[in-house]
Ligand binder design. Structure first.
Ligand code: FAD
Length: 499
C-alpha cells in the first residue's frame, strides 16, 4: 500500500474476531486488515462453546457463564453471546469449517470446566483454532479483503476522533479503526499465548484516550505444561482432557479437587487454578500431576497435547502441569456493538471488554465471543460509519521497547500474578511510576497493577491474599484511563453491576 491511503475501516488483527469482522464487512465497505502475525486463535485447543446440542439452550449456557463470572458479568451481554452464538457457529460451518462429528454426522460435543453439560464443538480433536483460522483466512481471500502485514504502532487522532493507524511509519487513514489485537500474554514473563500477543491494543487504546475496564481479571489456566521455563510461551494442556475424565493429583497421588467444588476437576478455571497453586505451595513443588489414564484413545483425540508432551519428554499418563497466564477477561470498554468511548475507535475479541466474562471467563467462550462480536461490529459499521475527518491528525504512538519493558514484565508476573496482595501491588506500582514510558509492557503492567491494587477484595480470577472475601460494595467495575502525565490511573466506578 502507498504512503497515505484511505479506506473505510482498518481492522487491526487477523484472529477470529478481526477476520469475522473483516469478512462480514467486506461486501459493504472498503476494509483493510493489518496483522502482525498469528495470534492466539490458531492455538485454541478445546473448542467453541455454543448451545447446539440436543436439550441444550442459550439460557443454560448463559447460566453457566454467569456462574463462572463470579457475579461480575453483564447479564444482557451474556444473553447476546449465548443467543447469537449458535447462528454465528452455523455461519462458520457454512463458510467451510469442519467440526468433529460421529459416523452419523452428528456433532461430537466436548465438556470443559464450568459447563453443566457437553457443549464444546471441536475440530481434529484439540486443534480447533487451526480450523477456525483456516476457514476465516480462506474466506478473507475469497472476498478479496485487503491485507497489510505489519505492526500498528500508533493511532491517528484528530479532534478526539480516531482517524487512522500508523504501521511502522506508514499512515493509513480510515473512518473507523477496529482493534482486534487479542490479549496481553507476553506482558507476563510466562504465558500460554504465542509470541506477539503483548497487549498492543490495550496500550494503543489508552494512548488515544479510551477507557479500559476489568483488566485486573487476568485468567491463569490451571494446566499449562510444566517445562521449567521462566520466560516465554508454554504449551497448554487442554481442560477438555478433564472433561474426558483426567484427574489432578498431588505428589502423594491424592485427587485434590474432590470436595473443593461440586464439579471437582471440572470446576471453573479460577477455582482449579487457585487449588493447584495452594497444593504447589503446600507441597513445595513446581507442578501437580494430571492423571490422564481415564482418557480413552488420548493420542488420537488430543494430538496437540500428545505432541507437546513428546517434545518435552513427558509421559502422557501423568503430565506435570502448573498455572500460567492465559486470558484477559477485561479490556477496552465497549458497548454491545464494539464501540469504545472514543469516536472512531472500536474493539472486538479478547482486547475488548463486553461484560461477557465478568471476573472469570467460562472455557471456550472466547472464540464464540470473537465470532459474535466480530459480526456485531461489522453489522454496525455496514449500517453507519463515523463522519470522515479531513483535519490534521496527531499521532499517538507507542515507544519502542527498552530494558524498562523487561522489568515491567517481571513486576507484573510477580505482584500481578495468580495471588496478589496490597503491599506487593503498591511496591510494584511505585517502582513502575518512577519511570513512566509509553511502551506497551509498561502501560499494560501499570494498568493491570493499578486496577488490581484498587480492587480490595477477591473475585473470580482476581485473588488477594490480604482481602480473601468478595464484598458486595465491589460489585462495580474499575476503569483505567491515562492521566495528563500519561500514567494509567485506575478508579472504581460509581455504578454497581446489574444483579
Ligand atoms: C493455547 C491457547 C488455547 C486456547 N484455547 C481456547 C479454546 O479452546 N476455546 C476458546 O474459546 N478460546 C481459547 N483460547 C483463547 C482464544 O484462543 C483467544 O482468546 C482468541 O483466539 C482471541 O482471538 P482474537 O481474535 O481476539 O485475537 P488473536 O487471535 O490473539 O489475534 C490477534 C491478532 O492481532 C494482531 N496484532 C496484535 N497486535 C498488533 C499490532 N500492534 N498491529 C497489528 N496486528 C496486531 C496479531 O498479529 C493477531 O493477528 C486459547 C488461547 C490459547 C493461547
Amino acid at each position: 500500500m502507498s504512503g497515505s491511503t484511505d479506506v473505510d475501516v482498518v481492522v487491526v488483527g487477523a484472529g477470529v474476531a478481526g477476520l469475522t469482522a473483516a469478512t462480514t464487512l467486506a461486501p459493504h465497505r472498503r476494509v483493510l486488515v493489518v496483522s502482525a502475525g498469528a495470534g492466539s486463535t490458531r492455538w485454541a485447543q478445546g473448542g467453541i462453546a455454543a448451545a447446539v446440542g440436543p436439550g441444550d439452550t442459550p439460557e443454560q449456557h448463559a447460566a453457566d457463564t454467569l456462574e463462572a463470572g463470579a457475579g461480575a458479568c453483564d447479564p444482557e451481554a451474556v444473553a447476546v453471546l449465548t443467543t447469537e452464538g449458535p447462528g454465528r457457529v452455523a455461519d462458520l460451518v457454512a463458510a467451510g469449517a469442519r467440526f468433529d462429528r460421529d459416523a452419523e454426522g452428528r456433532l461430537l460435543l466436548g465438556r470443559e470446566g464450568g459447563h453443566g453439560r457437553r457443549r464444546i464443538l471441536h475440530a481434529s480433536g484439540d486443534a480447533t483454532g487451526v480450523e477456525v483460522a483456516r476457514t476465516l483466512e480462506l474466506r478473507a481471500r475469497e472476498l478479496g479483503v485487503s491485507w497489510l502485514d505489519g505492526r500498528v504502532t500508533g493511532l491517528l487522532v484528530s479532534r478526539g476522533r480516531v482517524v487512522g493507524v500508523d504501521v511502522g511509519g506508514r499512515q493509513v487513514r480510515a473512518r473507523a479503526v477496529v482493534l482486534a489485537t487479542g490479549g496481553l500474554g507476553h506482558a507476563y514473563p510466562v504465558t500460554t499465548n504465542p509470541t506477539g500477543v503483548t497487549g498492543d491494543g490495550l496500550a494503543l487504546a489508552l494512548l488515544a484516550g479510551a477507557t479500559l475496564v476489568d483488566v485486573e481479571f487476568v485468567q491463569f489456566h490451571p494446566t499449562a505444561l510444566w517445562t521449567g521455563a521462566a520466560y516465554g510461551q508454554v504449551p497448554l494442556v487442554t481442560e477438555a482432557l478433564r472433561g474426558e475424565g483426567a484427574v489432578l493429583r498431588d505428589a502423594g497421588g491424592e485427587a485434590f479437587m474432590q470436595g473443593r467444588h461440586p464439579l471437582a476437576d471440572l470446576a471453573p478455571r479460577d477455582v482449579v487454578a487457585r487449588a493447584v497453586h495452594e497444593v504447589m505451595r503446600r507441597d513445595a513443588t513446581p507442578y501437580v500431576l494430571l492423571d490422564t489414564r481415564p482418557v480413552a484413545d488420548l493420542e488420537r483425540r488430543f494430538p496437540t497435547v500428545a505432541a507437546a508432551c513428546r517434545a518435552h519428554g513427558v509421559a502422557l499418563a501423568s503430565v506435570p502441569v502448573t498455572p500460567a497466564e492465559h486470558y484477559l477477561c477485561g479490556g477496552v470498554l465497549t458497548d454491545g456493538w464494539g464501540a469504545s468511548d472514543v469516536p472512531g475507535l472500536y474493539a472486538v475479541g479478547e482486547v475488548a471488554a463486553t461484560g461477557v466474562h465478568g471476573a472469570n471467563r467460562l472455557a471456550s467462550n472466547s472464540l464464540l465471543e470473537g465470532l459474535v462480536h466480530g459480526h456485531r461490529v461489522a453489522t454496525r459499521l455496514a449500517r453507519e460509519l463515523p463522519a470522515s475527518v479531513v483535519a490534521d491528525a496527531e499521532l499517538c504512538a507507542l515507544a519502542p521497547a527498552t530494558a524498562c519493558s523487561a522489568r515491567a514484565r517481571e513486576l507484573l508476573g510477580g505482584a500481578g500474578g495468580l495471588v496478589r496482595d496490597g503491599v506487593g501491588l503498591a511496591d510494584a506500582r511505585r517502582e513502575l511510576l518512577a519511570r513512566p514510558a509509553p511502551e506497551v509492557a509498561w502501560l499494560v503492567a501499570a494498568a493491570v497493577l493499578g486496577a488490581a491494587d484498587v480492587r480490595r477484595e477477591s473475585r473470580g480470577c482476581h485473588v488477594r491474599s490480604d482481602e480473601p472475601e468478595s464484598r458486595p460494595w465491589w460489585r462495580r467495575r474499575i476503569g483505567v484511563r491515562l492521566d495528563a502525565a500519561g500514567v494509567p490511573r485506575a478508579a472504581a466506578e460509581r455504578e454497581e453491576w446489574a444483579a
